[in-house]
Design a protein around this ligand. Structure first.
Ligand code: CP
Length: 308
């Protein structure tokens, strides 16, 4: 039986800390100029049905460091353009003997369908508005590096929570590791059923980020919004942008995260995005190491199952 990474909601805290600890070890090794010991080669399918820069490239880079092959696949230019279903696509990749799938898709839950038909690990690289677990792992490693622990931190997730898979995965991870989670944003961009997510809702930025140790900004996802959810980008910026003036409400040493891609001057102003408070570049770097750890984690389970 294969081990998958489909949602942060499904992981135990011990599994999260195990992955984070492996990622930190990989980072120390690679940044220190070391190499990962050569292991059995694996072929990893990178299936991206939506655009990506950070996630796709970091899975490529993680696979390269681990000595694995990658096979790139996108909907455009494939037989899905002529009507082949996702199920038949997954079965095709299975019988072409790919050994793991990393999948980004616009439909929430699609990696679960992939896991049903694929004969190996499936890693969710972002599914619709549902989850983006490897982003949350990279964010957690970044917070750990800056703050030392996640337990007891106040983390404000600001902006378009409704359309954000990053917000959902982060909320689960941070809650499981003992942080206080707050969702901050306009009523129209916060989920109508926040009761299902671990966190408290704030509509006012100053109150929501008061004394926060971590301010996590989210991209306005215009492509997933229907008209009328936001009166104007300018109004959003005036009310919810993180800048020198608004960051004063947070704790003195507060750090600012943004998963990217950043709408510069909207969610965060240039000054904060390029300041020492900003962790944006660290989040990108750590994305590579958590993805190495995740590939390790899913394949280790498969190997243990084979030997049992
Ligand atoms: N944060 C993130 O998922 O970025 P990409 O869309 O560039 O992969």
């Amino acid at each position: 039986m294969s081990r998958h990474l489909l949602a942060m909601r499904l992981l135990e805290p011990t599994q999260i800390t195990e992955i984070l600890s492996t990622a930190a070890e990989y980072k120390e090794l690679i940044v220190g100029g070391g190499r990962v010991e050569r292991r059995n080669e694996k072929s990893v399918g990178l299936l991206f049905f939506e655009n990506s820069t950070r996630t796709r490239v970091s899975f490529e880079q993680a696979s390269h460091y681990l000595g694995y092959h990658t096979v790139n696949f996108s909907g455009a230019g494939s037989s899905m353009s002529t009507g082949e279903t996702l199920k038949d696509t997954i079965l095709t990749l299975r019988y072409e003997r790919l050994e793991a799938l990393v999948m980004r898709h616009q439909a929430s839950g699609s990696p679960v369908l992939a896991a049903r038909y694929f004969d190996g690990p499936v890693i969710n690289a972002g599914d619709g508005q549902h989850e983006h677990p490897t982003q949350a792992l990279g964010d957690a490693l970044t917070i750990l590096e800056r703050k030392g622990d996640i337990q007891g931190l106040r983390v404000a997730i600001v902006g378009d929570v409704e359309h954000s898979r990053v917000a959902r995965s982060n909320a689960w991870l941070l809650h499981k590791l003992g942080a206080e989670v707050r969702f901050v944003g306009p009523r129209t961009l916060l989920p109508s059923h926040t009761g299902k997510l671990p966190g408290t809702v704030y509509y006012d930025l100053a109150t929501g980020i008061a004394d926060a140790d971590v301010v996590m900004c989210l991209r306005l996802q215009r492509e997933r919004m229907s008209d009328g959810l936001l009166s104007s980008t300018g109004e959003y910026t005036r009310m919810y942008q993180i800048n020198r003036s608004t960051l004063r409400y947070a704790a003195a040493e507060a750090i600012v995260l943004h998963p990217g891609p950043l709408n510069r001057g909207v969610e965060v102003d240039d000054h904060i995005a390029d300041s020492d408070s900003s962790c944006i570049n660290d989040q990108v770097t750590n994305g590579v190491f958590v993805r190495m750890a995740v590939l390790d984690w899913v394949f280790r389970e498969a190997k243990e199952a084979q030997l049992a």
